[in-house]
Design a binder for this molecule. Structure first.
Ligand code: SF4
Length: 189
């Protein structure tokens, strides 16, 4: 893990933004395409780059926006990796998103998101919160091979259920989506 002062924190426009507080990921999923050279990593993928000034950058850019919007995070790097336990940068950025009236769409494979469930619930009440989790396989042994450093699919379903209860409980019409995005072909080799 190494620390940098980033120049920017949001990409996108028109009310839909992407945010990566970390670059690289330690979850070790064998199908991960974020390692691709097209993303121009200058360091090993597992040597996480930490944008230590992410909260300051985010606060500045959100205060400068005239219209509110949605901020997506987790597409290129899980925002709840093990290092987030102590660094708490994801949590701080969620607080800033809430303070500034923006919504969030967050992708993760880790139950550490439950630490921030009250915060996500508040964001959902004031704007909008979307929680996305990849559900890979019900075979725990296979899950450990495919995704060695995250909680298994059964646990992720439990986390989603808690999110439904805690984050979305005040919605009169709750929408749940299932996105079928990638099929893994497993062979005996
Ligand atoms: S959690 Fe996402 S970014 Fe991290 S290794 Fe797995 S697929 Fe890649």
């Amino acid at each position: 893990m190494h620390f940098v002062d980033a120049k920017g924190i949001l990409t996108g426009s028109g009310g839909y933004y992407g945010m990566n507080i970390y670059r690289g990921c330690t979850h070790g999923c064998i199908y991960c395409d974020s390692r691709s050279r097209c993303y121009q990593f200058m360091h090993p993928f597992e040597d996480i780059e930490v944008k230590q000034n992410a909260p300051e950058l985010l606060e500045r850019v959100l205060k400068s926006k005239r219209e509110k919007g949605m901020i997506g995070t987790g597409a290129m790097s899980d925002p709840y990796m093990h290092c987030e336990e102590n660094l708490r940068l994801t949590r701080r950025c969620l607080e800033i998103i809430l303070e500034n009236g923006f919504g969030v769409a967050i992708q993760t494979k880790f139950d550490r998101i439950l630490r921030d469930i009250n915060l996500l619930s508040e964001i959902n009440r004031s704007a909008k919160c979307v929680v996305q989790m990849t559900l890979t396989t019900s075979d725990d042994g296979l899950c450990r091979i495919l995704e060695p450093n995250v909680c298994n699919t059964k646990r992720r379903i439990e986390v989603l259920k808690k999110c439904v209860r805690m984050v979305f409980q005040r919605l009169s019409s709750l929408r749940r989506f299932c996105l079928l995005s990638m099929i893994l072909r497993i062979t005996s080799q």
